[in-house]
Design a protein around this ligand. Structure first.
Ligand SMILES: [Zn+2]
Length: 419
């Protein structure tokens, strides 16, 4: 007997050790963490409103009463009269009158209508959407309107993680939404190429604000502060006037040169409906042409990474450069490339990438220059790049003041996760 108890005890101890060690070594995501308290983030998606018609949601017998509730979502060109007519119910006169508090007179698409009938007689009609609730009751022939108060609220959260292989996966595990990951990548995209530069041991931290405006689902996030450790280099970003700066007030976003060459004449503007000079048909011209003598040096208009060097159809000899996370520039019709240009290589602003020529479909020597934002062609001459200089002493102090209340969180993040 004693032997069995001892054996049982040993078994219990071993089991306890196993459970504890599994718990400790399990890959716990560093997610949903707030410095002061751990908060559950509701990922439940708000049920999509389905577009159905005349759905019975409840039929019951109560004290010999036959109760029927019908739920309808309003479609285009539907009126209450039309809906009630289909149910063989005559529309109460009050509803048909136009007066200020008659919130059943005009309906919006996707409004929810709940019709209650007892023994086939109309009892009530309710109209619901995210802003109002409106009720008609037949017993007193009255319409009551309740305007919902919008309960917008903000929540500040901290996310962080070590990066094992992919930045995206680690960011998702930390609890960031895909949208928030994009915001983060846009901030650091000027200094880090998220597909090439990530190394084991890199880590990141974000302090962000989620704004909830309808029910529980947050629909907007703002990154207040972000820190990224990449190849032992630490970059911090503080939000100030909708832009991001480091501690010294230097903007993280880099600027572009107006043109890829020094002395030029614009021979063709950006035009979505241009008649092509060679093909004589309407073909959009999604760039700007800078005419210059053959051999004139062509510069990169910004810091970036070369993602293409080579012949590219009508563009002839072309170079494409990726700048930060969202911009790319293209330089076409080059006569030759600069000897140090290779795909995958980092390049500085105003570094020579090649020389003016007329390779591909070109009528004379010129550079065809394209500017794309998230893959979409933009007229580079119309984009206003505000000169973003280093912040003045006064503005640096303002920045510091804005972030003062969060300083302990930033310090905590850096101390614990950005080592
Ligand atoms: Zn062109």
């Amino acid at each position: 007997m004693l032997y069995t108890i001892r054996k049982f005890r040993v078994f219990m101890v071993v089991a306890a050790i196993l459970i504890i060690s599994t718990y400790l070594y399990i890959d716990k995501p560093y997610s949903n963490y707030d410095i002061n308290h751990i908060k559950e983030i509701d990922n439940k998606k708000i049920e999509e409103i389905k577009d159905y018609y005349f759905k019975n949601i409840n039929i019951s017998n109560d004290n010999n009463k036959y109760i029927k509730v019908k739920k309808i979502f309003i479609k285009k060109n539907q009126t209450l009269g039309l809906i009630l007519g289909k149910l063989n119910i005559s529309t109460p006169r009050l509803i048909l009158k136009k007066f200020k508090s008659n919130c059943l007179y005009k309906l919006n698409v996707k409004d929810e209508i709940i019709i209650k009938l007892i023994n086939k007689k109309l009892v009530s009609i309710k109209r619901k959407n995210k802003n109002i609730e409106c009720l008609y009751e037949s017993n007193n022939n009255k319409i009551t309107k309740i305007t919902k108060t919008k309960n917008n609220f903000k929540e500040q959260l901290v996310f962080f993680n070590n990066i094992s292989n992919s930045f995206y996966n680690s960011a998702i595990k930390s609890g960031l939404s895909p949208n928030e990951i994009m915001l983060f990548a846009d901030i650091f995209g000027w200094d880090i190429d998220f597909s090439l530069d990530i190394r084991k041991g890199d880590s990141f931290g974000v302090v962000l604000e989620r704004i909830y405006s309808n029910g529980k689902k947050y629909d907007k996030s703002t990154i207040k502060y972000a820190v990224f450790k990449n190849k032992n280099k630490i970059i911090e970003a503080f939000r100030y006037n909708n832009k991001y700066y480091n501690k010294k007030g230097t903007p993280l976003e880099k600027q572009f040169l107006k043109a890829p060459i020094d002395f030029y004449r614009i021979s063709s503007h950006f035009n979505r409906k241009r008649l092509h000079p060679i093909f004589k048909s309407v073909r959009p011209h999604l760039g700007t042409d800078y005419a210059a003598p053959k051999g004139t040096p062509v510069y990169s208009t910004g810091d970036g990474i070369i993602i293409h060097k080579g012949r590219k159809g009508g563009y002839g000899k072309a170079v494409i450069i990726k700048h930060g996370n969202i911009y790319t520039t293209l330089y076409g019709h080059l006569s030759k490339y600069h000897k140090r240009i290779r795909a995958g290589k980092r390049i500085k602003q105003k570094q020579i990438i090649g020389y003016v020529g007329s390779t591909g479909y070109a009528t004379g020597p010129h550079v065809h220059y394209e500017f794309r934002v998230r893959g979409v062609h933009k007229n580079s001459l119309k984009i206003k790049f505000k000169k973003r200089k280093k912040l003045s002493k006064k503005n640096i102090n303002k920045l510091k003041k804005i972030h003062q209340t969060n300083i302990n969180k930033y310090t905590w993040l850096r101390k614990n996760y950005i080592k």
